[in-house]
Design a binder for this molecule. Sequence first.
Ligand SMILES: *[C@@H]1O[C@H](CO)[C@@H](O)[C@H](O)[C@H]1NC(C)=O
Ligand SMILES: *[C@@H]1O[C@H](CO)[C@@H](O)[C@H](O)[C@H]1NC(C)=O
Ligand SMILES: *[C@@H]1O[C@H](CO)[C@@H](O)[C@H](O)[C@H]1NC(C)=O
Ligand SMILES: *[C@@H]1O[C@H](CO)[C@@H](O)[C@H](O)[C@H]1NC(C)=O
Ligand SMILES: *[C@@H]1O[C@H](CO)[C@@H](O)[C@H](O)[C@H]1NC(C)=O
Length: 458
Amino acid sequence: MRLSPLLFVASAMATLDLDLSSRSSIASAASSVAYNMMTYYVGNQTGQVPGILPGSLSCNPNVAGTYCWWEAGAMWGSLINYWQYTDDSTYNSIVSESIQFQRGPQNNFNPPNQSRSMGIDDQVFWAFSALDAVESNFPEAGGDNPSWLALAQGVFNFQTAYWDSATCGGGFRWQVYSFNSGYNLKTMGANGGNFQLSARLAYVTGNSTYGNWANQVWDWMYSSQLMTLSGDDLYIWDSTDTANDCTNADNLVWTYNYGTVLSGAAYMYNYTNGSSVWETRVQQILATTFLLFFPSDYGGNIMIEMECEPKLICNQDQKSFKAYLARSLAITALLVPSTAAQITPKLQATAQAAAESCNGGVCGEQWYLASYDSTTGVGEEMAALSIIGANLMDSSMIPLKLSTGATSTPDPNAGGTTGTTPSTAFTKTITTGDRAGAAILTILGSAFILGGVWWLII
Ligand SMILES: *[C@@H]1O[C@H](CO)[C@@H](O)[C@H](O)[C@H]1NC(C)=O
Ligand SMILES: *[C@@H]1O[C@H](CO)[C@@H](O)[C@H](O)[C@H]1NC(C)=O
Ligand SMILES: *[C@@H]1O[C@H](CO)[C@@H](O)[C@H](O)[C@H]1NC(C)=O
Ligand SMILES: *[C@@H]1O[C@H](CO)[C@@H](O)[C@H](O)[C@H]1NC(C)=O
Ligand SMILES: *[C@@H]1O[C@H](CO)[C@@H](O)[C@H](O)[C@H]1NC(C)=O
């Protein structure tokens, strides 16, 4: 759609009121955005499936019916955070129903309808939301439903069985099942995701089995091509390929990968009672996070999804990525108090810019424009909700653990790894068009990287 000059002026002036000095103003802005985000959700209507987003929003335009399953899982987490930040419980029952409905028969977020395309990263995003519930004492679903903590432990118990020592010296493959496109890849989403899951379970339960596991995943990632230390900056790439024994990485950088690993390291720092090793890692990730995603071109404090946002080529998944970095930065500022002074100005300036990118509660993608770019979607809403809400996080919201008042009941043996044969009831075929789509995105991204990031390192 091309906007007429007059419309453009009008939309450029439209914004979302946000006064960062007033908690009620921040809460009210978050409420408008949450409301608009939920207009995409129809799972609570008669005949619809609870917990997922409509197929029309397909996260993969080449494959009908992928339902953005992982993104829906992340969305429930953003609403748990919203409840904690604002005390507004409007969406709590929908959130609770949704997470439990999609937990799958083995209570590990591998429901048969989705298992045909299940990725380790998809599962962890649901587990993160369950952990958000644990860490905030979000009301348990009750009845026969497993506790939030048991659901996260169920995912851990499932995933550890998929650690793959047979190729590249370890690590998780991206996809759970070998018939899926992308099974050959070992990705940061899968490995960083399991790392964060393990780190949070260690933090919440104090059980060193989880801490040891987080260390194992970190050590593999760090020794692999998925991470590159350059001076004091730690670069985190998206994927590496078992087909060539993981001898190189794709050199794509995404906010969510940095956020996933950053907050995982922050939990490990806090869990270890302030290990200097983990503090250094947090600082090294923060350094690259600031360098890549808060470019000085826009004042150095406004977050940008650099691979795709300037050209507006982000797909449905990617439009939501900034949400996870926003939340992770706020968590890191709490768990590693020495980082708060660096992080806070970025959360503030980015929230202000995000609000200026909205037209009322309908938010755009390019926050640095300080005007509405006329894009719209569930990812844009979630990202704006998370960065605005992050400014409400304070010391009363330190993630709870069992020793500091978290009430969710642990079940170290939750979940199960048997009977994981995916249902054929919902067969998803990955077409060549799909692979070509992925390749094109990679090439575009790589071209950008060649011009945009490699020079920083070489
Ligand atoms: C579904 O949830 C929305 C809130 O997101 C609410 O406005 C709507 O009334 C609900 N619909 C039904 C049928 O419960
Ligand atoms: C799986 O799909 C079927 C058919 O659409 C639906 O009835 C069911 O509720 C779905 N279950 C989940 C967990 O998505
Ligand atoms: C951190 O300190 C607490 C309290 O002294 C102790 O119980 C716990 O074992 C320590 N954690 C680690 C990982 O050393
Ligand atoms: C862990 O996080 C808590 C909550 O913010 C903080 O008070 C504490 O100082 C942190 N621990 C360390 C070792 O920094
Ligand atoms: C710690 O977690 C491991 C892995 O799930 C489990 O086998 C063990 O029983 C747990 N220990 C305690 C004390 O809960």
